[in-house]
Write a new protein. Structure first.
Length: 94
């Protein structure tokens, strides 16, 4: 199975057929971006996201959980408690 970091965007393939790795492509985005799998495991983040949450970088590894991200972001005052709770409720509704 190919990991998300190894996924390539075929639409961006150059004349030689080379494609851009997904992690490289999301690093080009200015907004903070993180991808979580259906089992809530962290798949990938871009540089802007890692910079915004650098205070909890030890929890931003591939495979880290969404629940841990919310808990630590709230504990370190990186996200307001109300937003974290709203995201938890939204998660339960999915």
């Amino acid at each position: 199975m190919t990991g998300v970091g190894e996924t390539r965007l075929a639409a961006d393939a150059g004349p030689s057929g080379d494609a851009v790795p997904l992690r490289e492509a999301i690093d080009l985005l200015e907004e903070a971006v993180a991808f979580f799998a259906s089992d809530c495991a962290l798949l990938a983040t871009n540089a802007t996201f890692r910079n915004a949450y650098r205070g909890i970088r030890e929890y931003l590894n591939d495979g880290s959980s969404w629940d841990i991200f919310l808990l630590e972001a709230e504990r370190h005052d990186l996200l307001p408690p109300e937003l974290c709770q709203a995201l938890r409720v939204a998660e339960e509704l999915l």
